[in-house]
Design a protein around this ligand. Structure first.
Ligand SMILES: [Cu+2]
Length: 151
C-alpha cells in the first residue's frame, strides 16, 4: 500500500507539472496592414494560472523571413505618445497582462496582413520554452479602440 501511494503521488506530481505548463492562456489578434504598408501591430492577452511568473522575452514570426515582431510599450511624455522597445513582458503568477492599442503591443514589420488571415507567432519565454500560437487578423475598421485611418 505504501508503495502504491508513492507511485500515485509521483503520478500526481507529474500531472500537476504538465498542468502548470498549460496554465498560460494566450489570446489575441493582429491588425491588417494598409495597402503598400508593411507595418502593423498585434495585441495579446496572457493569463498566467501558474505559481510562477512568466516572462515573455522574444517573439518570432515563423515562416516569414525578413519579418519581425518587437515588444513595444507606449509612453506619453509632454502630451506626445512615443513607442519604446521593451526587453520583456512579465506576467505575474496568477495574473494577466493585456496588450492594447495605445499601450503594450507587438510591433510587426515586414508583413502584409489581410483581414481574415491568421498569423502564427512563436513566443519565447525567459524560462527557455517557446509557445506557438496563431492569432486572427482583424480589419482596421472593425478593430476596437479606434484606428486613425480612413478609407
Ligand atoms: Cu510599436
Amino acid at each position: 500500500m505504501k508503495r502504491l501511494c508513492g507511485l500515485l503521488s509521483a503520478l500526481l506530481l507529474s500531472v500537476s507539472a504538465a498542468a502548470s505548463e498549460a496554465t498560460l492562456q494566450i489570446d489575441g489578434y493582429a491588425r491588417e496592414t494598409l495597402p503598400g504598408a508593411a507595418m502593423s501591430a498585434a495585441y495579446l492577452t496572457l493569463q498566467n494560472g501558474a505559481q510562477e511568473r512568466r516572462q515573455l522575452v522574444r517573439v518570432e514570426l515563423p515562416g516569414r523571413s525578413g519579418a519581425s515582431a518587437d515588444l513595444h510599450t507606449t509612453e506619453e511624455r509632454d502630451g506626445v505618445s512615443r513607442m519604446r522597445p521593451l526587453d520583456m513582458l512579465s506576467v505575474p503568477a496568477g495574473g494577466e497582462v493585456q496588450m492594447a492599442p495605445g499601450g503594450v503591443h507587438l510591433m510587426l514589420r515586414g508583413v502584409e496582413l489581410r483581414a481574415g488571415d491568421s498569423l502564427p507567432l512563436r513566443l519565447h519565454f525567459a524560462s527557455g520554452d517557446a509557445i506557438d500560437i496563431r492569432v486572427p487578423v482583424r480589419s482596421l475598421r472593425a478593430a476596437p479602440g479606434g484606428a486613425h485611418h480612413h478609407g
